[in-house]
Design a protein around this ligand. Structure first.
Ligand code: NAP
Length: 255
């Protein structure tokens, strides 16, 4: 029977990996999405949507669907599903790989302030600036809700969940973003501090370049560490190489 790979998705890398695996003869690939995004981009291979019911539910799913390998290609901040995947893989003996794009690194001219959490990021803000571009996603903005006298421009793909800081302006937008566009946004809203998670990747890194060019401070929320003992790879090619599959990697379908 064809080997069956389960990709835990929700990222660009997960989609790219699905395309590579779907193009490989004799491999069956299923991508799993949490179901948070209303119109997710098209994915090659099979797609399933919704939670599994914790690590035990995921382990049951792996057994029931005769999964031969799991790639956890979820977002670096999706810590719960990553922990569940590690536990389910250990419980079933199914080989698992964590695909995590590398985090961003500060360069000369960057004024970065690391934070361990959104709460810590909020605590760092008052001396850094009063007009904030918040790009930490639609969840967890309550951490900033009690800061008085801030102007907050909150950018996310889907509408953020309340409570929000008083007078928050919401900007719904999906990357990739350009440096010119980010520079214009920062200037137009007279932003004096940026808050971001260390998501990594090129699609949303332009804001960091624009902030550096304008001399703005950036509060960067650190990633949660991956679970102990898991194999972590930084890109799609290394994920493919780490999978126990027959045959060479194939090119994705055109288009
Ligand atoms: P999370 O806190 O780690 O996961 C919460 C629960 O959602 C999990 O316990 C699981 O439910 C379900 N879940 C998460 N990812 C799933 C997947 N790929 N397939 C099936 N169920 C999934 O995750 P999150 O931070 O809410 O993120 C949800 C999804 O959005 C992730 O897949 C992630 O790749 C994507 N995403 C997250 C962020 C972020 O900043 N966190 C940014 C961009 C995209 P059960 O326990 O019931 O299985």
């Amino acid at each position: 029977m064809s080997p069956h790979v389960l990709i835990l998705g929700g990222t660009t890398e997960a989609r790219a990996l699905a395309a590579r695996l779907a193009a490989r003869p004799g491999v069956r690939v299923t991508t799993s999405l949490a179901g948070r995004v209303t119109r997710p981009a098209a994915i090659e291979g099979d797609v399933r949507v919704g939670g599994f019911g914790g690590a035990d539910g995921l382990a049951a799913w792996l057994r029931e669907h005769q999964v031969d390998a799991v790639v956890d290609a979820t977002h670096p901040f999706a810590a719960r599903i990553t922990a569940n995947a590690a536990r389910a893989a250990a419980a079933t003996g199914v080989p698992a790989v964590v695909l995590r794009r590398p985090g961003w690194r500060p360069g000369p001219g960057d004024r970065w302030h690391p934070a361990a959490s959104l709460t810590e990021a909020a605590a760092l803000l008052p001396p850094l600036g009063r007009r904030v571009l918040l790009t930490t996603g639609r969840l967890g903005l309550a951490a900033f809700a009690d800061l008085p006298g801030l102007y907050v421009l909150a950018r996310s793909v889907e509408p953020p969940e309340p409570p929000l800081p008083h007078g928050t302006e919401i900007l719904l937008a999906r990357g990739p973003f350009t440096v010119a566009g980010e520079r214009a946004l920062l200037r137009e809203h007279r932003i004096d501090v940026l808050v971001t998670k260390d998501s990594g990747g090129a699609a949303t890194s332009a804001k960091l370049t624009a902030a550096r060019e304008l001399g703005l401070p950036v509060v960067v929320v650190r990633r949660p560490p991956p679970p102990e003992g898991v194999t972590v790879v930084p890109d799609v090619l290394q994920a493919l190489a780490a999978l126990p599959l027959p045959g060479p990697a194939a090119e994705p379908h055109p288009g």
